[in-house]
Each structure stands twice: as structure tokens, then as C-alpha cells.
Design a protein around this ligand. Structure first.
Ligand code: FAD
Ligand code: SIN
Length: 536
């Protein structure tokens, strides 16, 4: 018996801040299906610590926020996009507050009983402008958005459903401009592949930290959205700009736990293995310099000393302040036997954020009609060559709002009957060890050859190895029944290749992309994106 097609006005793939905010807004105008590959809360959003950057104080201005974003972006931001996102931030923040998000406040000095937002500071920001919920901002936002979307009868959630591929007119062999019609989605519990048809498909699948061996990202971050969009024929850009967060906890029992940049914003300093402060040799802002500079400085100090980590030291701050401002970091470290009020925190850089992605305008429109991409999966031009801290939650909010406004204007009904998924002669995988081995191999080679510091030779090696691995994965993909591990493996391999191809296209060092063979920025490459498209 053929499965019925799931029909919906809006198919949203992903349930982080971007997907949920879009769903909430679109639900007023049509039916929404939110497909998400684990439980609804599991997302990068849920782990965001530092907060959301927005101009909220009298001492701050939109111009300053724009300037800081452009400076961090190292000549590659789209200024009109930066301005739009910065200027629309306060209105979207107000909506979050209306939905019940509780940002941290502080007492106003000399005004008993009166409070104001407790604005934090992070690297590259010239003003205090980070709204936060202690050190668990993402969890608070995700909680409020899930509660709000849960109250909407027009929104249906499909948990443990992983989207495999987009369905487009081009793939169905139709002539005319390419249009997205829906997606094939694996129900992980039953193993069935279901067909979703939608007037608008929205990729809100987040980033790709899991392409690297060491990352701050949770397991969901396998670049599925970029890989699906690329296979569907959309342009992908600037994937060489992978942001490495300087301070991931270095502890054998802690899998990818971030020590927020806000800790440095409150005065913590970086020290070498033997206790020496070193950032003054690298940048006037010292430990609060932009992330690319801090991550490279740590990498260089570790290589110089042969040590496997450096330290972050906040012990000079009063213990009650640390415990109150960073309760999650304090508690997590204490559970691992480390009292951060008394001891320095061992840290290493780790892959954190994908600045490039599926090319979109500021309304999330991709090159393919009926397909939008919002949040970390998208490349709007906000981040350029390096994202300013806490600008990504802001981008996701503003672009989700704008995408929902535009999507309801332009959607047309889908008349086509979509063909069901064909599994052909596929049989159950015989040796799952092959999949886990390929996963490890890709993540390690990306870390070793396409990490914080690159060279032409390392990139060429990575390219060659990835070509061989891709061939193996292709055989496996067509011979065996799809599982989520196999789908994610195929996606990390594709995204790894895209990162390498973008990196090889850029003969200079700029922002997060540092190549020892071209250690300087080349003015001829300012404002030039590295764009890749699948040849069809
Ligand atoms: P996500 O929140 O990652 O959501 C993606 C969703 O897509 C998930 O639900 C996932 O399960 C789903 N999904 C993915 N692939 C598929 C598929 N194939 N099928 C179905 N579902 C799929 N940014 C800031 O601005 N401020 C911060 O303080 C901050 N701190 C951070 C701390 C950490 C530890 C990390 C990892 C990131 C942090 N970031 C921060 C970055 C920020 O959290 C993310 O960029 C942002 O949350 C991305 O939101 P999103 O909605 O685009 O994607
Ligand atoms: C952090 O809290 O350091 C993360 C902030 C960000 O990634 O924007």
C-alpha cells in the first residue's frame, strides 16, 4: 500500500530558533509541519550561552553595532543586510519578551527596586549589548518558542523525522525554472520514508560543527540543509569561513562543552599552560579580541609549547558573582571536579559556527522558488568572513520573521502529484562499522587538514581523500536501506567537500580562513564570495 502524501502549506525542516519563529508566524496564514530529526528541543539553539546582540541601551547605536559587525566580517559583509538585521533586532527581541523569554536584569544603581536589562559584553563588541538569560540563553528561548508553537493548532510536529532530500521540479524532469515541491523524510522509528508536499519549504537545519573532530555543537549539526540544498541545485557560498570558538572545555569527560565568551567579557583572561598571559602579544583587545584572532593565538601558543590546551582564568572575580552570572558553567565544571572560582579552566578551540551556507537574501529566499533557508544554514551576507559573537541568534530571528512575511505573500498551491520514495534493491546494511569508520575519518581529516590554519598542500590532500571517501559512501548509499547515520555521513562528506572547494577558491587569508601560503588579505578578494553549485 502506498503511503498517503503529507500535504501542508509550510514545511519547516528544523526546530531551533529559526524554524520555530518562522512556524509561529506562518501558522497565522496556513498549516505548518515542523520536521525535526530528534526531539524538538535538540538544536544548537538549545546550547547557546552568551546571548543575543542587539542595540538596547542609550549608550549604544545601530551605527556602532553595524560597524562592529563589519569590522569582524573583514570586508566581506553585505552592509545593507547588516543594517537591516541590526535595525530590526529590537522589535524582534520585544516579541520574544512578549512570548515569555526572561532575559537577565540587574538593579539600577542608586534606584532601589528598579531594574534594567543586564547587557553583557563579548569579543569584538564596542558596547555592552548582549541580552542573556544567565548563561543559558538558548535554552530559555527554545523553551518559550516550543511553548508558543505548542499552543498553535495549525502547527504539527514530526519528531525523530530526518529529511533526506528536497523534491524539485528539476529532479522530477519538468522543464522551466527549478521549484521546490516538498521533501522525502525518514521516520526514524518506523524506518518508513514519507513524502511531504508543501507550498513553501523552509530549511532551518542549523550548522555543520560535526564535520570536525572537535566541536562545540551537538550531534544534530551535520550540515544536512546545506547538503540538501546543494544537491537540489541551489548556490552555496563562503563555506571556508568556519568559526572556531576559542574556549571549549578541555576535559576527557566533557563532550563539547562551551565556556562562553561572556566569561572573557566579564574579565577572564587567557593564560598559557605555565600561567603566562599571552593575548597582549596578539591584539590590543587582548583576551576579548575577535574570535578568529584569539583561536589562532591559542593554536599558535599550543603548537609552540607542545601543550594540548591553554587556560582561562576568572579566579580573580568574587565567587558569588561567578556562581550567579554563570550558574550552568560553574555547575557543569564542578561536576567534573573543577571549581572555576578557585582553579583555571583548561580550554581548547573547537569548530563552532558556519558563516557560509545556502545563498539567500535577507528574506531567506534561495535561488530555487519555493525554497527558503534561515538561521545558521543560510548565507545572507551578515557575517562575512567572521561572525561577531551573538549575532547568529539575532540573524535567525530577524530572517525568520521576514521569511514568514514574504512566504505567505508568494506561495502558490502545489498541483503536482509527487512520486513516492524508491528504495529499489536496497537491503539492510551488513557492517555498520563501515559507517562509523567513515564518519571518524572525515572528521579527523577535516580537523587535521582544513582546521584553524590551512595550507595549499593540506587542502589538496583533503580534497583527494574526500573524493575517495565519497565514492565509497555513494556505493553504500545506493546499496543499503537508509538510516540516519548513513544520511548524516553522506551530508558531512558533501559539506566537507564544499568547505575544501571554497577554501581552495580563495587565494588569500581573510577573517576565519587562514592559509599559510597566502598569509595576507588580498584587496582584490574583498567583497568576493566563493560560490559553489552542483553541475547538473
Ligand atoms: P539550530 O538551532 O541548530 O536548529 C537546527 C534544527 O534542525 C534542529 O532541530 C535539528 O534537529 C534540525 N535538523 C537538522 N537537520 C535536519 C534534518 N535533516 N531533518 C530534520 N531536522 C533536521 N549564537 C548566538 O548568537 N549567541 C550565543 O550565545 C551562542 N552560543 C552558542 C553556544 C553553543 C554551544 C553553540 C553550539 C552555538 C552557539 N551559538 C550562539 C550559535 C547559535 O546557537 C546557532 O547559530 C543558532 O542557534 C542556530 O539556530 P538555527 O535555528 O539556525 O539552528
Ligand atoms: C558564547 O557564549 O561564547 C557563544 C556566543 C556565540 O557563539 O555567539
Amino acid at each position: 500500500m502506498r503511503d498517503a502524501i503529507e500535504r501542508t502549506d509550510f514545511l519547516v525542516i528544523g526546530s531551533g530558533i529559526a524554524g520555530l519563529f518562522f512556524a509561529l508566524k506562518a501558522a497565522a496564514r496556513g498549516t505548518v509541519a515542523v520536521v525535526t530529526k530528534k526531539t524538538s528541543a535538540e538544536s544548537n539553539t538549545n546550547y547557546a550561552q552568551g546571548g543575543i546582540a542587539s542595540v538596547m541601551s542609550q549608550e549604544d547605536t545601530f551605527d556602532l553595532h553595524v560597524r562592529d559587525t563589519l569590522t569582524a566580517g573583514a570586508g566581506l559583509c553585505r552592509e545593507e543586510v547588516v543594517r537591516t538585521i541590526v535595525q530590526e533586532g529590537p522589535a524582534r527581541i520585544a516579541e520574544l519578551v512578549e512570548l515569555g523569554v526572561q532575559f537577565s536584569e540587574r538593579n539600577i544603581p542608586n534606584q532601589p527596586g528598579r531594574h534594567e536589562l543586564d547587557l553583557g559584553r563579548e569579543g569584538g563588541h564596542s558596547k555592552r549589548r548582549i541580552l542573556h538569560a544567565k548563561d543559558m540563553t538558548g535554552r530559555e528561548i527554545e523553551r518559550a518558542l516550543l511553548a508558543a508553537t505548542g499552543r498553535q493548532p495549525n502547527i504539527r510536529f514530526f519528531e525523530n523525522h530526518i529529511s533526506i532530500d528536497l523534491i524539485t521540479t528539476q529532479k522530477l524532469g519538468a522543464s522551466g525554472p527549478n521549484r521546490c515541491l516538498g521533501a522525502y523524510v525518514l521516520d526514524k522509528r518506523s524506518g518508513r520514508v514519507r513524502t511531504f508536499a508543501a507550498r513553501q519549504v523552509v530549511l532551518a537545519t542549523g550548522g555543520c560543527g560535526k564535520v570536525y573532530l572537535y566541536t562545540t555543537n551537538p550531534d544534530i549539526a551535520t550540515g544536512d540543509g546545506v547538503a540538501m540544498a546543494y544537491r537540489a541545485g541551489a548556490a552555496v557560498a563562503n563555506m571556508e569561513f568556519i568559526q572556531f570558538h576559542p574556549t571549549c572545555l578541555y576535559h576527557p569527560k566533557a563532550k563539547s562543552f562551551l565556556i562562553s565568551e561572556a566569561v572573557r567579557g566579564e574579565g577572564a583572561v587567557l593564560r598559557t599552560y605555565d600561567g603566562r598571559e599571552f593575548m597582549d602579544a596578539y591584539h590590543p583587545l587582548k583576551s576579548l579580541a575577535p574570535r578568529d584572532i584569539v583561536a589562532r593565538a591559542i593554536d599558535s601558543e599550543m603548537k609552540r609549547s607542545g601543550s594540548d590546551h591553554v587556560y582561562l582564568d576568572i579566579t580573580h572575580k568574587p565567587a558569588p558573582f561567578i556562581m550567579q552570572r554563570f550558574p550552568n558553567i560553574y555547575r557543569t565544571c564542578l561536576e567534573l571536579g573543577l571549581d572555576i572560582t578557585k582553579e583555571m579552566i583548561p580550554v581548547v578551540p573547537a569548530a563552532h559556527y558556519q558563516c557560509g551556507g545556502v545563498v539567500t537574501d535577507v528574506d531567506g529566499q534561495t535561488e530555487i522558488a519555493g525554497l527558503r533557508a534561515i538561521g545558521e544554514v543560510a548565507c545572507t551576507g551578515l557575517h562575512g568572513a567572521n561572525r561577531l559573537a551573538s549575532n547568529s541568534l539575532l540573524e535567525a530571528l530577524v530572517c525568520a520573521h521576514r521569511a514568514a512575511l514574504r512566504a505567505v505573500d508568494v506561495s502558490e498551491p502545489i498541483e503536482t502529484d509527487l512520486p513516492p520514495w524508491q528504495s529499489g534493491q536496497a537491503h539492510n546494511p551488513d557492517e555498520l562499522v563501515v559507517i562509523s569508520h567513515l564518519w571518524d575519518e572525515i572528521r579527523r581529516l577535516m580537523w587535521d587538514y582544513v582546521g584553524i590554519v590551512r595550507t595549499n598542500k593540506r587542502l589538496q590532500r583533503a580534497e583527494k581523500r574526500l573524493q575517495n571517501l565519497q565514492a565509497e559512501i555513494r556505493d553504500y548509499y545506493w546499496d543499503f536501506v537508509v538510516t540516519s547515520d548513513l544520511l548524516e555521513l553522506r551530508n558531512i562528506a558533501t559539506v566537507a567537500e564544499l568547505i575544501v572547494h571554497c577554501a581552495m577558491q580563495r587565494p588569500e587569508s581573510r577573517g576565519l580562513h587562514f592559509n599559510l601560503d597566502y598569509p595576507e588579505a588580498d584587496p582584490a578578494w574583498a567583497q568576493r564570495d566563493t560560490v559553489v553549485r552542483r553541475s547538473i
